[in-house]
Design a protein around this ligand. Sequence first.
Ligand code: PLP
Length: 475
Amino acid sequence: MRYLSTRAASSNTTGRKRFCEILLEGLAPDGGLYLPESYPQVDGATLAKWRGLSYADLAFEVLSLYIDDIPCADLKAICHKTYTPEVFGTEAIVPLRQLEPGLYLEALSNGPTLAFKDMAMQLLGNLFEYELARRGEELNILGATSGDTGSAAEYAMRGKKGVRVFMTSPKGRMSPFQQAQMFSLQDANIHNIAIAGVFDDCQDIVKAVSNDLEFKRKYRIGTVNSINWARLMAQVVYYFAGYFQATRSNTEQVSFAVPSGNFGNVCAGHVARMMGLPVRKLVVATNENDVLDEFFRTGMYRVRASADTHETSSPSMDISKASNFERFVFDLLGRDGAKVKNLFHDQLNDHAFFDLKDDAAFASAGVRYGFASGKSTHADRLDTLRDTFKRFDTMIDTHTADGVKVARAYMEAGVPMIVLETALPIKFAATIEEALGRMPDRPAKFEGIEALPKRVRELPADAVAIKRYIAENVH
Ligand SMILES: *Cc1c(COP(=O)(O)O)cnc(C)c1O
């Protein structure tokens, strides 16, 4: 299996890379995102074979279709080390539960940080450690977070050999629970940096440091953001696992509803569907930041300015643009890298939008690729939280509530609708309390974490200060 950039000319096959070459990389050098040359096809016989597998074995089967430069035995060991009941809470790893006939929740949020990002990040931690040891190299991960990504990265990389994490976050802006989760880590290789500024300042600093190529090379700076192919690939597995739990035979179809921000999660669903998983609809649920809903309704992809990006009660979906969306558009446009480059580089730089309304390909987003979309607001979120609690005695989080709200518009008789549960309610307690008049339950292992000693360095919103801090802490 080789990987190409979404902006590569289709005639250029020389620049294609193997999995371990792109594992530690972010964007492709031409600014595009990596995708496999083709999607491996999974037929009925293979689905039948996979149906009875444990999650770790299923992960190994899916991953080995995309990775041919790690020996099988090693890859299998990595999968088994990653997906354990000790880390994810149950034997099923991603248990499915029925809310009402035809409507299901797939639990992806029982990992160490209680959000679905653990599903991929825990694997990434083990893959990084393996590959860095093999190369005899080290990596310093520099990131910016407003909550879920940073904590998932830290819990995945803590104690890992060859890896350090430098995670910036806007001082005082994360929920107390999220701050406690991150800042209570005492591992020597984890560095929390609270920046006097907002999330955009953190992102600007990461960009500035990464653009200093000499510093980047000298200090072996890397990232773990959601455009990393390995993260997306890891997420493909739970679409298969959800399908097997919701159906009895491989002739049945299911639909998925996915609370979406950067389009990473639902893009993994697209990949699973392209591989042949019988998925009818992929329902993209957005909050008030409806960049993606607007596209799937109208064909217009319009990047929002910072001032037009709303702070909502499902904050992990507050995006101005969807960084993984380019992958889907590449497939939608028949894998025409030149066209993708024109849209995502030229048009977005010049106009901050592109419009596919009159492109014949746009019609196929729904018909051929199964995409549908909808938007959920704060009022919808509160209604859905209350309704789900009252009728099904189930407390969900605000992002999952957006998924449930939008899913209801696309339910069809005979087609199970699986909503991906992307976080547990305790992470967003204030809105749960607003909706239900009580605090969400807290898993026992998080009892009292706010009182634990905190390990965090406060720094000004200044790339020079961050570079100095990194230099002092890399030996
Ligand atoms: C990251 C996140 C999302 C959005 O996922 P994308 O892959 O960016 O679309 C949704 N819900 C929660 C809780 C998240 O942490």
